[in-house]
Design a protein around this ligand. Structure first.
Ligand code: SAH
Length: 353
């Protein structure tokens, strides 16, 4: 990060302190906060004096992610953005249209250090965390570019949100603020590969967001093979954290399960998964929901997707055992390179030049 003041990462009360520190009245904070969150740059906030605008333009970061590349689906209008940040790093966000409103899938880090074997985002490791301004900047930039309001956010893009905990928490407060974008916590989902310490901390924050757990396997041997995080916190520790999260927050948790042909997609795997989840949540009263998705094939990983029939059979085996399963509807399948692949191909292109 530069030494410039990062106004867009500040809550109004923090902005007040900043204005006081430069000898300005604190009421400037409210105006500035709401106009920055509408996507205006400092130079456009004309209710600030010209002198102050010049000072702020020089001393503050005053940037939003810029559109480096944009793929628009011909099928359903889904837009996949490659955004460039102020230091040149690139991240991805995906704009999706659903009946219940527009949803933006955002990235939480530049790259990722979690090392999941099937995932394109983690191949080059993590370059850095995203700042709160860059988390909310994706939402503001996508609203500006599309001219449409975003009402739902999923943190399922590049990176592990609970590995960038403090900035993600700050982002949640910013995006929910009534003077800003005012997106309700119930319209926000956060997906984690299973950072148990983060799940425990999050339970104490009292945000009624939806938590998604990337499970992807029904036993430790299989999970450790594809998700290194499982060596730090195993399935039983992860599921106990989920049960406590449910007991503390009352929010249901959904499980993501990526089906990889010949690895985790047999009927026996479905039976084991159903048993595992039922045992873990027995007596808690929590509804259990599993989201199935066929693996997106990534050249470097060699994992293959199964047939649509095998996915249907897996879902049916779960349902038969009382577990609600949905097969994730693929929006933008013509632009839906697996998450992280657009950034990766851009990096490769740059290195070749
Ligand atoms: N780090 C977080 C959020 C980002 S990944 C997490 O792990 O949950 C968002 C989801 O996409 C996760 O469920 C992840 O396991 C899944 N995913 C990653 N690569 C994939 C691929 N090639 N095919 C299908 N799903 C994938």
């Amino acid at each position: 990060m530069t030494t410039k003041v990062d106004l867009l990462s500040m809550l109004p009360e923090e902005m007040e302190q900043y204005f006081i520190s430069i000898g300005e009245p604190k009421f400037r904070a409210k105006q500035t906060f709401s106009r920055l969150h509408r996507g205006e740059r400092i130079s456009e906030i004309t209710n600030l004096s010209k002198g102050l605008r010049e000072r702020l333009s020089a001393e503050t970061l005053d940037t939003l992610p810029t559109v480096e590349e944009k793929l628009v689906s011909k099928l359903d209008g889904t837009v996949k953005y490659l955004f460039r940040l102020h230091d040149g790093a690139c991240i991805e966000s995906v704009f999706m249209r659903y009946k219940h409103g527009n949803t933006l899938c955002i990235s939480s880090q530049v790259g990722c250090r979690m090392g999941c074997k099937f995932c394109a985002s983690t191949i080059g490791g993590r370059a850095r965390d995203l700042y709160p301004s860059e988390l909310i900047g994706q939402v503001i930039a996508a609203e500006k570019d599309s001219g449409e309001r975003i009402s739902n956010i999923v943190m399922m893009g590049i990176g592990e949100p609970l590995d960038n905990y403090d900035n993600v928490i700050k982002f949640l407060r910013l995006v929910n603020h009534p003077d800003g974008l005012n997106i309700g916590y119930r319209h926000i989902s956060l997906s984690t590969c299973g950072v148990v310490s983060g799940i425990e901390k999050l339970a104490g924050e009292n945000f009624p967001i939806t938590l998604s757990i990337s499970l992807h396997a029904a036993n430790d041997a299989a999970r450790s093979e594809i998700m290194p995080i499982n060596n730090k916190w195993n399935i039983s520790e992860l599921l106990s954290a989920c049960v406590s999260y449910y007991k503390t927050t009352g929010r249901r948790i959904s499980f993501e399960y990526t089906l990889i042909s010949g690895k985790n997609d047999s009927e026996a795997d479905a039976v084991e998964l159903a048993q595992l989840l039922k045992n873990a949540f027995r007596g808690s009263g929590a509804p259990i929901h599993v989201n199935l998705i066929r693996v997106n094939e990534v050249k470097e990983t060699g994992f293959k997707k199964g047939t649509p029939e095998s996915v249907n059979a897996f879902a049916a085996a779960l349902e038969k055992r009382g577990i609600t399963a949905t097969i994730r509807r693929k929006l933008g399948s013509d632009v839906n390179a697996a998450c992280g692949q657009l950034r990766r191909s851009n990096l490769i292109k740059k290195e070749e030049i």
